[in-house]
Design a protein around this ligand. Structure first.
Ligand SMILES: [Zn+2]
Length: 294
């Protein structure tokens, strides 16, 4: 009889421990278990204890910006690299409570997106860059990584739903594999909108202009920092209408479209960098609006 009551006591203590443990926990729920390369997903983190501090979520070495929503909850968006292999990948979450650090792992499954290919047969010289051009392109890539994308504004600038920059037809979607002379050389890192030279281009949301510069591939490029580690870029412009440091509203004109940089015809190329990863702009815009403004 005594043995039984002891067992009951142990069981009760164990249950209380579980309940208390669950009470002071951090929980992450994924919007979807699956994601494709170049795609976007989201998660919600809920905490049930005000002593929980310094929550940090990381995916593939990238810190994910967390947006606060009511009821002790946070939302974060995960972007997956286009070049990632299929498989199961960890999402690492850490937090502090009473000066103690805790960690937990969740997993997301990356599947291969069904991206179309465009096969091109061109003169080899057009694909292979000369040394000077290669150096310029590499220097610009580093500059963007270090000075712009690696240095996002902490303040949230976006204030409404994200728009598409133009309502015109998409002439080339994100992710198209470019196969030059039978070899995959690159993929389309953004989305192209039909735009005759001189079309007014507006930002997809409120933000701060971080760059107005002529780049090797993008020609005249504007990069807007929307906060929450979300950047949008507008390439091949013919004219800039804003300056670096300007806070731009959604209805303001950033510049005029054109055909500067490496293009065969005038159009607007829109790119999105989300938590340090280049993602499909249309997927991002649609998912962000659905999750945040539902
Ligand atoms: Zn493009």
């Amino acid at each position: 009889m005594k043995k039984k009551s002891n067992l009951l006591l142990v069981l009760c203590c164990y249950l209380i421990f579980i309940i208390l443990g669950a009470h002071s926990s951090v929980n992450l729920v994924l919007g979807s278990k699956y994601i494709i390369n170049g795609g976007v997903s989201y998660f919600k983190v809920s905490i049930s204890d005000k002593n929980i501090k310094n929550i940090m979520v990381k995916f593939q070495q990238h810190k994910i910006s967390l947006m606060v929503i009511p009821k002790n909850q946070f939302i974060g968006f995960i972007g997956v690299n286009y070049d990632i292999q299929q498989g199961k990948y960890p999402i690492d979450i850490s937090w502090e409570r009473n000066n103690k650090k805790f960690t937990k792992k969740y997993y997301i499954i990356v599947q291969e997106g069904d991206y179309p290919s465009s096969k091109l047969k061109v003169d080899g010289k057009r694909v292979i860059l000369n040394n000077l051009d290669r150096k310029r392109a590499a220097d610009e890539k580093n500059m963007l990584k270090e000075q712009i994308f690696g240095n996002p504004h902490e303040i949230v600038h976006w204030n409404e739903k994200f728009n598409k920059p133009l309502t015109s037809v998409i002439t080339s979607p994100f992710g198209v594999k470019r196969i030059f002379n039978g070899k995959k050389s690159s993929h389309h890192s953004g989305v192209d909108f039909r735009a005759p030279v001189g079309t007014k281009v507006k930002p997809i949301n409120r933000g701060v202009v971080r760059l107005t510069k002529n780049l090797f591939y993008g020609g005249n490029v504007i990069i807007v920092d929307h906060g929450s580690n979300i950047f949008s870029s507008y390439s091949h412009l013919s004219e800039f209408k804003v300056r670096e440091g300007d806070l731009v509203e959604k209805n303001q004109v950033l510049g005029l479209s054109g055909n500067t940089g490496r293009v065969t015809a005038p159009h607007l190329h829109l790119g999105i960098k989300l938590n340090g990863v280049t993602v499909n702009p249309i997927t991002f815009i649609d998912l962000f609006n659905k999750v945040i403004f539902r």
